[in-house]
Design a protein around this ligand. Sequence first.
Ligand code: ATP
Ligand code: MG
Length: 235
Amino acid sequence: EQWNTESHLTLDNVTIAYNDNDEPTLTIEHLALQGYQKVGIIGRSGSGKSTLLNLLGGFLAPTNNEKQKIMLNKQPVEHLQLQAWQKQFQYIPQTPYIFHATLAENVAFYAPDASEEAIILALEAAGLATFWQNLPNGLATLIGEGGQAVSGGQAQRIALARAFLTPERRVLLFDEPTAHLDIETEMNIKKAIIPLFENHLVLFATHRLHWVKQMDYVLVIEDGKIVEQGTPDEL
Ligand code: ATP
Ligand code: MG
């Protein structure tokens, strides 16, 4: 079933440890996400933001324990076809992977049928118009290892452009997508992102507090625990 306004994901008593014998890196007593919420995740470096996004995306398995409950639309997730469900996720990692392929192929990685026009629009929305126009072979330029080098900020924007081409993936997990960008580029991207993902559940981990005002809900993480949650006004 497609993620829609009625969809919800709830987590109770969930813990994650990277090594079996370690203290949990992340402990979630209760978290409920619904519909097309825009959820900001804030917290210091090392607090567990990326760990939470990986968990919610189904990329990292929680520790086994009897009290744990993860429900999607009132069904335990282990009863679901996780693979099909995961196709609705677009995860934009903190350090996105750039494939050794052309710029166009990199942008259209999850949308191989995208037209050139759509690819160009996605690049523009991600603030990469000048970048691609200045490449020796434009969209056909090889990037990634052995090809044209891209900076950390350009790689993040290529990953954003990928997300713009897959609007059918309704759950977006953004991990610090603007961390390497200057403020002007960031503001332009902010204008592009917000209307595009109106009909999506968006989780957005960031150090940059100005994003918080655009969010419906905010989770504050400290030392692997959600220490506060609520609307931006409540916090
Ligand atoms: P940042 O703001 O720097 O991105 P973060 O809030 O995303 O930080 P996480 O990456 O979730 O933090 O890390 C939380 C804790 O888990 C840290 O102590 C980190 O060292 C540890 N950690 C993260 N990834 C791994 C891993 N693959 N193996 C072992 N420990 C890890
Ligand atoms: Mg992180």
